[in-house]
Write a protein that binds this ligand. Structure first.
Ligand code: HEC
Length: 133
């Protein structure tokens, strides 16, 4: 088999696997909080400081992602953007903390801390839906 055929086969296999894995079911996400004027500095940073910063701050940058500044969180990690302003359901960060999809992506990792509460996830969603300011 030549290289092109091998690569074509591989691409086909990978896209089949992606289809089988399916998109994450975002209907299972906790609803966004009704709070107004949610900001990173006031509402989100304190939450992330407690639950995420030890792996995504000055000491460690797991997944090349820093969550200790607004610029860092908007920049994203090794897989690109993790927050899509105005689209919380489509934001990888939200899907990861809500523990949708592949277990490898759950945050904090399953053996490293309990899941965020529905209220905390709702607050993050409201912040993103309000433009991630
Ligand atoms: C104990 C360490 C640890 C904690 C705590 C932790 N993470 Fe992570 N995080 C990781 C590791 C390791 C990866 C890389 C996973 C991978 O590449 O498969 C990662 C990757 C991510 C990614 C994907 C980055 C990318 O571009 O691929 C997001 C988003 C994320 N974490 C968000 C969070 C959030 C939000 C919190 C807090 C609620 C959190 N993490 C807490 C270890 C941690």
């Amino acid at each position: 088999m030549n290289t092109t055929a091998t690569l074509t086969g591989l691409v086909t296999l990978l896209s089949t696997l992606a289809v089988l894995a399916g998109p994450v079911d975002t209907s299972k996400l906790p609803a966004p909080s009704a709070r107004k004027d949610v900001t990173y500095a006031k509402d989100i940073k304190p939450l992330l400081d407690k639950t995420c910063i030890k792996c995504h701050g000055t000491e460690k940058q797991k997944g090349k992602l820093r969550l200790d500044s607004l610029a860092g969180i908007l920049k994203g990690g090794e897989d690109g953007k993790v927050v899509k302003p105005a689209d919380s359901a489509g934001s990888i960060l939200v899907q990861n903390v809500a523990r949708l999809g592949d277990k490898d992506n759950w945050m904090p990792p399953e053996d490293k801390g309990g899941p965020l509460t529905a209220e905390q996830i709702g607050l993050i969603r409201a912040w993103i839906d309000q433009g991630a300011k």
